[in-house]
Design a protein around this ligand. Structure first.
Ligand code: NDP
Ligand code: BLA
Length: 290
């Protein structure tokens, strides 16, 4: 059994508590035992689970792992504190707001001999699994991924190439190693709207673009237009309802890592992908600022 604590009770943190209280029978998650949660606010309890102080969470012998569900700006500090205290860590994406920090955190985890797992539920949805099947084996000519959504606070969630890392991760998982060729960000502070446009080339030198557009009232949505040698894909393929939600799938994967059931090669491939995406996010930010 691994005692766990949830840190940060927003949308993600609440879902984590719900899922930890309801593990699927005979799934790896059954080896996780929720011992409490930490919040910077005074919440008392949540779903019947008690709030504990950060100090107690770091020091308790009953807590083996922390699930960091705070705003992105806070990830580095929280991940560092729990690793230093000798706890395993699950952190919601993006793991950090710079590639350098991510490297340091991984080094720390290795030094401490602890699992550092980064949630990437965007790869676990039925929507993505169908898209991946559709793209598999096709030769790309050019492509665009266009995301829209409501405004996010950049102070708390970081530059849009980091808060939108899920879109980068889609492109990298579908098309492999990318190179940023240019990027720009348009912004209207008064209207709380922003639009990031980034251009890439694939290893085969094919052009790809990513647009991350946010404004009040914009629906959370992803649109694709991928041109392949064999034809054009203009809509996301229909996806069946998932039997198990993406956060629960991710929780099972974390538990499998704690149990030592995930092959080294898979861990190394994940780490390479995560660092490559953060490196791209950093380069995009640099292009936009210079
Ligand atoms: N929502 C989702 O579907 C997904 C989220 N993520 C990631 O999870 C992390 C958290 O995102 P999400 O939960 O959506 O963000 P929220 O804005 O809902 O919560 C972020 C943090 O803000 C604090 N907070 C929450 N509600 C309030 C409030 N009413 N007043 C003041 N503070 C509040 C909480 O910290 P505290 O309890 O310490 O006050 C919470 O951890 C991010 O890294 C995000 O990228 C990743 C995949 C999916
Ligand atoms: C309803 C309001 C709603 C909010 C405020 C919301 C926030 C939200 N959803 C996210 C991703 C995500 N959110 C979900 C799924 C959900 N997340 C949920 O809160 C719910 C109810 C689902 C439904 C199953 C998924 C699968 C991702 C991964 C990225 C993606 O595929 O879009 C993220 C991480 C950053 C990002 O990738 O943009 C945030 C902050 N999602 C929402 O749906």
């Amino acid at each position: 059994m691994f005692g766990v604590v949830v840190v940060g009770i927003g949308i993600a943190g609440s879902v984590r508590i719900r899922d930890l209280l309801n593990p699927l029978p005979s799934s790896p998650s059954e080896s996780l035992k929720l011992q409490g949660f930490v919040s910077r606010r005074d919440l008392g309890e949540c779903h019947g689970v008690r709030q504990i102080s950060l100090q107690e969470a770091l020091q308790s012998n009953e807590i083996d792992a922390a699930l960091i569900c705070t705003d992105n700006q806070n990830h580095e500090q929280s991940v560092r504190s729990f690793l230093e205290a000798g706890k395993h860590v699950l952190v919601e994406y993006p793991m950090a707001l710079s590639e350098q920090t991510a490297q340091e955190l991984w080094q720390l985890a290795e030094q401490k001999g602890k699992v550092l797992h980064v949630e990437h539920i965007e790869l676990l949805t039925e929507e993505f699994k169908q898209l991946k099947k559709e793209v598999d084996g096709k030769e790309l000519v050019e492509g665009v991924l266009h995301f829209t959504g409501g405004p996010v606070d950049e102070q708390k969630f970081g530059f849009p190439s980091f808060s939108g890392i899920a879109r980068l991760t889609w492109l990298v998982d579908l098309f492999g190693h990318l190179t940023v060729t240019s990027a720009r960000k348009e912004e209207n502070e008064k209207e709380k709207s922003s639009k990031l446009t980034a251009h890439f080339t694939t290893a085969e030198n094919r052009p790809l673009s990513w647009i991350e557009e946010r404004a009040p009232g914009l629906k959370r949505e992803k649109k694709v237009r991928f041109t392949f040698k064999s034809g054009i894909l203009e809509t996301l393929p229909p996806a069946p309802r998932a039997a198990v939600g993406p956060f629960m799938q991710d929780q099972n994967l974390f538990a499998q890592k704690l149990l030592g059931q995930v092959p080294k090669e898979m861990l190394a491939a994940e780490k390479r992908r995560i660092l490559h995406c953060l490196d791209l996010a950093e380069k995009i930010k640099h292009y936009c600022q210079h």
